[in-house]
Design a protein around this ligand. Sequence first.
Ligand code: GLV
Length: 326
Amino acid sequence: MSRPTICIATELEDDLIAQIAAAAEVVHVDPGASLEELIAGLQGVDGAISPTRFNLGEEFFAAVPGLRVVSQHAVGYNNIDIEAATRHGVAVCNTPTVLNAAVADLTMAIIISLARRLWEFEAFSRSGAWARREPLPPLAHEISGKVLGVIGFGRIGREVARRMQAIGMRIIWFDIFEGASTATIDDVADAPYRPLDDLLRESDFVTIHTNLTAESYHLIGARELALMKPSAYIVNTARGPVIDQPALVAALEAGTIAGAGLDVLEAEPPDPDDPIVRLPNVITFPHIGTAAVETRRAMRELAVRNLIAVVSGETPPAIVNPEVLG
Ligand code: GLV
């Protein structure tokens, strides 16, 4: 077998580039390149480690006929048309598991911040209002004893459930995968399944951990938000389009729910005038679920292992469409 060629189109540490170079010829495409430049750089290339900012569909895969694997350092792959990749025999690899803890930590921090109104108290202190002896913002709420509804009870959802159980929350969950209601969840005790509507009615906090698919697109819209308690908060650290954002803004403006904590939005970055980043009962973050040094390094390492495995004819540790391996 002749030596494969791998294209590196993201920032990567020298030791990881050396690992790739030990297994393949290396070509580089500037991480800031346009999609056209990426496609040009992928001619005659077997595998690529590529940025997540491009939507890769039929046209892309048809334009890079030699490509056998696209490896991304992200767990989400909603930017890739998996069916098109599979039709063209291209393996799509992602980086699950190594980021569970980081996303769960952030989710926990957002839930605690919302419950304890941390951002309001922090702003009060920072603005000098405390020094001026102005009245404090309204009292916050305890977390212990509150119900957390987890939508998407996979790896990250369960990691969140374990953390929040440890600080006294009661967990209920829903998942869109078929057969969810009868699934045996052996790594989180005392966490009953609920149909989505019941979960929304019962929860004090709703947190979203489902990946973005045609089925989960706008899973939470005006009808679903109307089922939530006026005192309840919604948290999303998964993908923005799982929530119908204009419907969420309307619910937040009308006060039919108490607030939201969002690490992901329908448009990223958002328009600075978008009410979602201006409403007083919302905290938003710039998609930082995995933004920890250790996590990002582990993701890049896994992406490189996936890539080298596929071009070497081995089974990669993480692959979205294993059927292409034959
Ligand atoms: C981050 O959003 C990821 O999909 O890894």
